[in-house]
Design a protein around this ligand. Structure first.
Ligand code: SF4
Ligand code: SF4
Length: 224
């Protein structure tokens, strides 16, 4: 069964300040006014004028000047938004089988938590879990399921199952399934495993196909 990792990914912890944070002395800025990024033109800036004559008026920064630090972060933000919107399509990578390890350890929710409203599934899940933590229907030699056609709903990586057990809407299914696969593969095979590289390659290829299909559909729409 493909379980989602316990808890959400802490994205905020990964967000770094855009500029090095220098210590700010008390009273250096008016209350509520954050420090600006360091500006190379702030002191004695501007083009040197002939004979050391001071410029009659200080040069004004144009809006969106890189000096103000707006252009680069904004471009970065747009890139990040575009990346976040990029289409992702989930696909199972053959020869993996990581999700068939049913005893997944403390980072994942327990079967009791997942099947709190489904006692029949809980019983089935427990009965399928072997002493080594793997599903008793899993063939380790071939990395395949011996009862594939008849496997339970909780074994199926499908929108219906994700909605039923995790409350994941259809619109988020592909992303959540990919994320769950990554977590399961890392847990079983490790962060540097060939299985993880293979899964990422499969998803990249699949997602490229999806983008291509979307662009063809867009062309068709525009040509009509
Ligand atoms: S790719 Fe995902 S769904 Fe397929 S076997 Fe691996 S963990 Fe399970
Ligand atoms: S029944 Fe099949 S798909 Fe489900 S966990 Fe066992 S081996 Fe994997």
């Amino acid at each position: 069964m493909l379980l989602l990792l316990r808890g959400a990914r802490a994205a905020s912890a990964d967000i770094q300040p855009r500029w090095p944070q220098a210590p700010v002395q008390a009273g250096a800025y008016p209350a509520g006014s954050p420090p600006s990024p360091p500006c190379p033109r702030a002191e004695g800036g501007g083009r040197a004028s002939g004979g050391g004559r001071p410029s009659p008026r200080p040069r004004r920064h144009r809006r969106r000047s890189p000096c103000l630090g707006t252009a680069r972060p904004r471009a970065q933000q747009q890139q990040e938004k575009a990346k976040a919107k990029r289409a992702v399509r989930w696909k199972c990578a053959s020869g993996c089988g990581a999700c068939c390890k049913l005893d997944k350890g403390p980072d994942f929710p327990t079967p009791d938590e997942i099947f709190a409203d489904h006692p029949d599934y809980l019983q089935l899940y427990r009965s399928m879990t072997g002493d080594d933590g793997w599903c008793i229907n899993y063939d380790k030699a071939t990395r395949t399921c011996n009862i594939y056609q008849d496997r339970s709903l909780f074994c199926r990586v499908e929108p219906k199952a994700f909605d039923e057990f995790f409350g994941v809407p259809r619109s988020r299914f592909d992303r959540e399934a990919c994320s769950a696969c990554l977590d399961n593969i890392k847990m079983v095979y490790g962060d540097d495993s060939a299985e993880l590289s293979n899964f990422k390659r499969v998803i990249r290829d699949e997602s490229k196909k999806l983008e291509l299909e979307a662009s063809k559909n867009q062309d068709k729409l525009l040509d009509t």
